[in-house]
Design a protein around this ligand. Structure first.
Ligand code: GCO
Length: 468
């Protein structure tokens, strides 16, 4: 396919361009000179081509086929057709002036059976992607697992099986052996809480199991263990590379400043945040989470040194805060928030990002962190001039970058920020619900045409000005 690069030109809106330049100057006062600005995607959300070049079925293909599982019966079968249109998408990243792009690798393309035979055509695709990015000066930040487990592994127990953790290490080795001469940044997992609790506890994500905390804790432990195995594979195959894991974090605010609500918020933090941060960064599970500790597999203590081996950076995904009140037995319950709200119902709370990063810096031994996702879903519409004027998203990005700058002034070691997402895409159980458009670039659902949004143009101008 010919590269028909989207025309990114913020100068059409002089006020926006000027605002971007002023904002870049403001950021320069707080952010390190070599701060990395990028954007992020994941394989199942954008690639499509689910049966092409030897890719096998993933748990998300299977889940999307379950009636009622995904909004409108949508799936990632075509998604943004990035598998075929990646040259155009890279041209967009280049036009924005970004020098970093985070994407994920689809395990079912690389080792269709989960373990065993390697599919060279799958590796070839990511080879081309990486080379094309580097060719235009964009550094790839590669996630090895963003939820699309090969169905063949699910059929053998998926994340309930310890073997899945072991073969994840083998898969990591195959990928890093092939790309590790060019890729300098590796992320083992994306948001293990979602893979475990949403997928195995509540059943709202693939594989759709509703096994409560017992299922989630078991899956989470094997996912964390697989992170450990993957880290070893990366260290062996690309010793010079930087590697880490991305965790989605939610600062927990007690509804009232009462002992009960503070205790409940602390427990919510234990389950949502510390359950993953502690094993990875301290090599232990949080001792106060007694009910969850009882659900761990027998091997857990022996696995902790592997899970807690040093990482080079932590990836943080931040979307919103939670407000917590205590239930009658001290259990954490979600309390109403104050807004303002985005179209997709998420509260906009930029200071939560500063609070999250600051807390990490204070409570954990972290040398470096990246905000690997931050963004917001709006029902964007094409204006009469054929463009998308999403000033609400521009404002969101500005407020959150300002929060990062504030965290840096408080000495938090933030090295980069990746806006979620490069383009509107398949939003998991929300499918292509119009309110879930997260892109810096709009994707027309019928033609799949990429159309600039003013937020993407603004972000590009900020990034280019920051460098100049
Ligand atoms: C997640 C994922 C992304 C989502 C994004 C918007 O956080 O759920 O990492 O794949 O699309 O967060 O909800």
């Amino acid at each position: 396919m010919a590269v028909t690069s989207v025309d990114i030109h913020v100068t059409d809106e002089p006020a926006l361009a000027e605002h971007a330049r002023d904002f870049a100057a403001e950021l320069k006062e707080s952010l390190p000179k070599d701060f990395v600005f990028g954007t992020a995607t994941s394989a199942y959300q954008i690639e499509g081509a689910v049966r092409e070049d030897g890719r096998s079925e993933s748990i998300w293909d299977r889940f999307c086929a379950v009636p009622g599982a995904v909004f409108n019966g949508d799936s990632g079968e075509i998604a943004c057709d990035h598998y075929h249109r990646y040259p155009e998408d890279i041209a967009i990243i280049q036009a924005m002036g970004l020098r970093a792009y985070r994407f994920s690798i689809a395990w079912p393309r690389i080792i269709p059976n989960g373990d065993g035979v390697v599919n060279e055509r799958g590796l070839d695709f990511y080879d081309r992607l990486v080379d094309s990015l580097l060719h235009v000066g964009v550094q790839p930040y590669v996630t090895l697992f963003h939820w699309d487990l090969p169905q063949a592994l699910q059929d053998r127990g998926g994340w309930y099986s310890r073997d899945t953790a072991v073969v994840f290490g083998d898969y990591a080795r195959v990928v890093v052996d092939r790309l590790g001469d060019r890729v300098r940044h590796w992320i083992t997992h994306n948001e293990p809480w979602c893979s475990s609790w949403l997928g195995h506890g509540y059943g709202v994500h693939a594989p759709g199991l509703k096994d409560g905390d017992a299922g989630a804790v078991k899956a989470a432990h094997h996912i964390l263990l697989s992170h450990g195995y993957a880290m070893e594979a990366i260290r062996a195959a690309a010793p010079e590379a930087d590697a880490g894991i991305t965790i989605d974090l939610y600062p927990m605010f007690p509804l009232h400043d009462s002992e009960a609500d503070r205790g409940a918020a602390r427990r919510a933090d234990g389950q949502r945040n510390r359950w993953f941060l502690d094993p990875v960064l301290r090599g232990s599970y949080p001792e106060d989470m007694t009910a969850l500790l009882e659900l761990l597999p027998d091997s857990a203590q022996d696995d902790l040194p592997r899970i807690g081996a040093p990482i080079d950076f932590l990836g943080v995904n931040y979307y919103e805060r939670q407000v917590i009140r205590s239930g009658p037995h001290g259990e954490p319950l979600q309390a109403p928030k104050e807004g303002p709200w985005a179209d997709n119902g998420r509260e906009i709370f930029p200071d939560g990002l500063r609070v999250t990063v600051k807390r990490l810096h204070e409570d954990y031994p972290i040398k470096k962190l990246y905000v690997t996702e931050n963004g917001i879903g709006y029902h964007d519409v094409i204006g009469p001039d054929g463009r998308i004027h999403d000033s609400h998203r521009t404002q969101f990005l500005e407020q959150h970058l300002r929060a990062v700058a504030a965290a840096c002034r408080e000495d938090a070691p933030v090295s980069g920020y990746f806006a979620w997402s490069l383009m509107d895409n398949f939003e998991w159980s929300k499918g292509y619900d119009e309110r879930e458009r997260y892109g810096l670039v709009y994707v027309d659902r019928s033609s799949l045409e990429r159309i600039p949004k003013s937020s993407g143009e603004w972000y590009g101008e900020v990034v280019r000005s920051f460098r100049s």
